[in-house]
Ligand binder design. Structure first.
Ligand code: AMP
Length: 542
């Protein structure tokens, strides 16, 4: 017997329709590429999303055609999210930090038909357009009078001219909820990038889950600042969850430096922010010397890389801001786990609470996870045993776009490439990417643990731990360190700093001071590049 409830497909367009109907006057504030602040409401955003949909129809774009973006977080990008997906096309967000060759490769692989770009990326588009034969229309995200002359880009129109003549009325189509809605290429540190292709169903379910109290806990009373980019995994789904809750949205545009972010948080009374550790490091670096405080910020979600304890402590103890450590990946839309404490943890000491907060957290309903040995055997949830982390759920990839890389699943589970522990309460802790784990004398050393201790030292700005070949132990850890400007610390002092904080055999064998640690397009440390930089290095005493 079937249930007798209405069968209504989950459509992304329903999110913006809901926001317009129930939160029409809630604000969307954006810092624009021009530097000024733009301000409007969900009502106007919804109207303009429908103009986008009409503009795409007017071009005769087919169902599922790809519309690419090279854009910062801002209101026009937001309108594209809804206008493109809502009308049945696929938003392809391209990471502008990738190399132009990779961008051209991706645009061709996705067979993009339209490319919408912020003016900051004009030189990038000029560099790649001749190599992108599938793109029929270029749209510069600017006013009609700001369109550059003599850019050399064919079929170029300003966004405002493109949508300006279109009606704000549009009947959003209803179709199979499993249809593709957006796509994002993984950063592809090895080989060509592969695309995760999200659907209306996966995106809507993820938006519901992300808003839950033990996840992002978003509500109409929040003003949320996604510093995490809309060009990478849909800004962790915040542009969708915000519509579902009616939260005020604050977009930072291209200004991600500490001063600009701080000013935006204060001016727009942001209660909630989300971003990767490097961005927050810049913010804290700006605030501390100037003795600044937050007047409204209550919570911040930090993920994308492990959040160092020093950062959790600074937000919590110095500024009264709760840090929610999160983990996920492009292939997971991206949210997998989020760390919030349970009532039973209330009585714990500050130190023990910190131990839990450092974990990446508990699975969100919709994400199943397990850890397995290299042989595939499931490992215990004891908080100690390391294993390969596998996940499954309705917003996790089944396969990559165009079947690239073959079948990624193992008995229906997606191998994340991360190594983790899970404790008896289900709190998962990432110890490494599987290729970064350090295998020393048959034991595994977590590079994240080694890095966390280094960055807790007041003179250290950034640290990256890699394993170096060792004849007796296979590998031994060393830590590459970037000092804070004007700060001093010696190799010996730093090695001494490890004593008592970790087991003796987990203390790195050496400290190498470097000017910078190479970062990838999504702000993660590029250990492959670091290893190349250190190719002539030998461990002390060898
Ligand atoms: P991406 O697909 O580019 O978003 O990268 C996903 C990968 O980032 C994950 O598989 C993890 O290795 C890493 N990652 C994401 N969040 C965290 C976190 N909170 N702690 C440690 N690593 C993380």
């Amino acid at each position: 017997m079937l249930g007798l409830m209405q069968n209504q497909p989950l459509m992304i367009s329903s999110l913006i329709e809901f926001a317009q109907r129930h939160h029409a006057d809630a604000q969307i504030v954006s810092r624009r590429v021009e530097g000024d602040i733009h301000r409007y409401t969900y009502r106007e955003a919804a109207d303009r999303s429908r103009q986008v949909a009409n503009a795409l129809d007017a071009m005769g774009l087919a169902f599922s055609d790809r519309v690419a973006t090279l854009a910062w977080n801002g209101y026009r990008h937001f309108e594209l999210y809804y206008g493109v997906s809502g009308s049945g096309r696929v938003v392809h967000t391209i990471n502008p930090r990738l190399h132009p060759d990779q961008i051209a490769w991706i645009a061709n692989h996705a067979e993009d038909r339209v490319l919408c770009f912020d003016m900051s990326f004009l030189p990038l588009v000029q560099a790649v357009h001749a190599r992108c034969p599938t793109i029929r229309q270029y749209v510069a995200l600017c006013d009609a009078d700001k369109l550059p002359e003599g850019s050399g880009i064919p079929n170029l129109i300003s966004y405002e001219a493109w949508i300006g003549g279109q009606s704000t009325r549009y009947d959003w189509p209803v179709f199979d909820e499993n249809s593709a809605s957006s796509m994002c290429y993984t950063s592809g540190t090895t080989g060509n990038p592969k695309a995760a292709l999200y659907s209306h169903r996966s995106t809507t379910l993820h938006a519901y889950a992300a808003a839950l109290p033990d996840v992002m806990s978003l509500s109409a009373r929040d003003a949320v600042l996604p510093v995490v980019p809309m060009f990478h995994v849909n800004a962790w789904g915040i542009p969708y969850s915000a519509c579902l809750t009616g939260a005020k949205l604050v977009f930072p545009g291209p200004a991600l430096d500490g001063k600009s972010i701080y000013e935006l948080i204060e001016a727009e009374k942001v209660t909630y922010a989300a971003g990767v550790p490097t961005v927050w490091q810049m913010l804290l670096g700006h605030m501390k010397p100037a003795n600044l405080t937050f007047s409204t910020l209550k919570r911040t979600v930090i993920g994308g890389s492990a959040c160092p304890p020093a950062m959790i402590a600074a937000f919590n103890d110095d500024y009264g801001v709760e840090v929610l450590h999160a983990w996920g990946m492009t292939e997971m839309s991206p949210l997998g786990t989020l760390c919030t404490l349970k009532n039973k943890h209330d009585a714990l000491s500050a130190e023990d609470k910190m131990k839990i907060r450092l974990k990446q957290g508990r699975a969100i309903f919709g994400v199943d996870m397990k850890i397995v040995s290299d042989a595939g055997d499931e490992l215990p949830w004891d908080g100690k045993t390391f294993g390969n982390l596998l996940v499954k759920g309705p917003w996790i990839v089944r396969e990559y776009y165009k079947g690239e890389g073959g079948d990624p699943l193992v008995d229906g589970w997606f191998p994340t490439g991360d190594v983790a522990t899970i404790d008896a309460d289900g709190y998962m802790q990432i110890t490494d990417r599987s290729k970064d784990v350090i295998k020393s004398g048959g034991e595994w050393i977590s590079s994240i643990d080694v890095e966390n201790i280094a960055v807790a030292h007041p003179a250290v700005a950034m640290a990256a731990c890699v394993g170096m070949p060792h004849p007796k132990w296979d590998e031994r850890p060393i830590v590459a360190v970037v000092k804070k400007p004007g700060a001093e610390v010696s190799r010996e002092e730093l090695l001494k700093f490890y004593e008592g904080k970790t087991a003796k055999w987990q203390i790195p064998d050496d400290v190498v001071f470097v000017d910078a640690i190479p970062l990838g397009a999504t702000g993660k440390m590029l250990k492959t590049r670091l290893r190349e930089m250190l190719k002539d290095y030998t461990l002390p005493g060898l």
